[in-house]
Design a protein around this ligand. Sequence first.
Ligand code: NAD
Ligand code: USQ
Length: 404
Amino acid sequence: MKILVLGGDGFCGWPTALRLSARGHDVTIADNLSRRAIDKELGCESLTPIAEIPERLSAWHSVTGKSIRFVHLDIAQDYDGLLDLILEEVPAALVHFAEQRSAPYSMKSSRHKRYTVDNNINATNNVLAAVVESGLDVHIVHLGTMGVYGYKTPGLTIPEGYLSATLTDDSGASVKTEILYPTNPGSIYHMTKSQDQLLFAYYAKNDGLRITDLHQGIVWGTQTAETTLDDRLINRFDYDGDYGTVLNRFLVQAAVGHPLTVHGSGGQTRAFIHLQDSVRCIELAVSNPPKRHSRVAIFNQMTETHRVVDLATMISTMTGAEIRHVKNPRNEADTNELTVANLGLRSLGLVPTTLDAALLREITEIAQRFASRCDPAKIPCVSLWTTDAAGNCTAPVGAKLAAA
Ligand code: NAD
Ligand code: USQ
């Protein structure tokens, strides 16, 4: 199958492009390399030394004999370039990763808020409009986020996108319906993903497009079977206060002797998925398109939930690292319950890889191998959600929650 991977130079996009190519698909990556530019803006780098795109692609060819094409394209700004690419490639599927994906980065300043909204919403609308204008039947697979639901769900399992509701009509009679689960984003970034949902619902209804939206949890891990084939294929590993995600950050912190930075009490419960399962889910989604003129297929792409403090305790027990509860720079509930339905992808064949010591050790080994590339000054989370959050977000605070 011919597949376009938009944002294929990124943390999830690169291993996905390799997996799809390894499975025999004809893959073209389009990326504007904005993530590499943001590294320069922030003065930090992936912990792992990622090769430049030409080196990545020639390594893939020399190791496997397979070719992946690369197009340097800003899909949010260059609509005509995107439309031409779709018309030229005639892809059966397009996987859309190409958005600014850090919540802290999206909250740094009004410039960062505006960039995130402008980039993400234009990117998604351009993809949808270009597929319609092309007249082609292209299945769009988008990476959304669990964060569109918010994390407040006492007593309710979060369904896969749609909520069954009973409304009362004007005569007082009950009417059963299904609605998009009400969004409750916790950052400007998460808000753009909520807007994406509406764009998808609209274009599916109006133009009959085939769309799959994968509401993904926090991705942990860094390597997949394909990225380990050669050092030049190594994947990105973010650890800094803006792009590093919590579990990967804790593993790097442990490797470099930095205390594990738990925000507040650490009672925040979040959904997680290992990178190799993320790649597998995308493969499954690509192979199982919804019918034309059906509603958007929404899957919760996650395999387990954990409290932040429990992850810190697990890693501390494994490595001896100190746990430090720091003031939370975010505006988020200190504690929440989270139960999530994920039968959709499991019924398509996903066998979840859950958090286990062997996998954590494997990532710790990578973190140790590249520890000398870590700049400890880039570890603290200094992006504040509100001016009320101002204060020292690196100093210890008193509030603690017992580990489970
Ligand atoms: P990433 O920042 O590593 O990769 C995104 C890629 O898209 C980068 O290579 C970037 O250069 C490119 N890009 C951004 N804007 C673009 C534009 N306008 N035109 C062309 N290319 C553009 O992010 P990631 O971690 O790989 O995430 C990929 C997707 O998965 C994102 O949409 C993100 O919201 C979603 N997601 C990620 C996680 C996670 O934990 N990493 C979890 C849930 C959902
Ligand atoms: N946290 C800490 N200590 C840290 C870093 C984070 O306690 O050093 C806490 C945060 O306060 C938050 C939780 O850990 O409560 C998760 O933070 P995160 O940075 O790991 O994840 P988040 O900002 O939610 O974003 C990541 C990805 C994003 C994706 C999202 C999925 O960057 O692209 O959409 O995970 S989800 O969280 O399910 O919405």
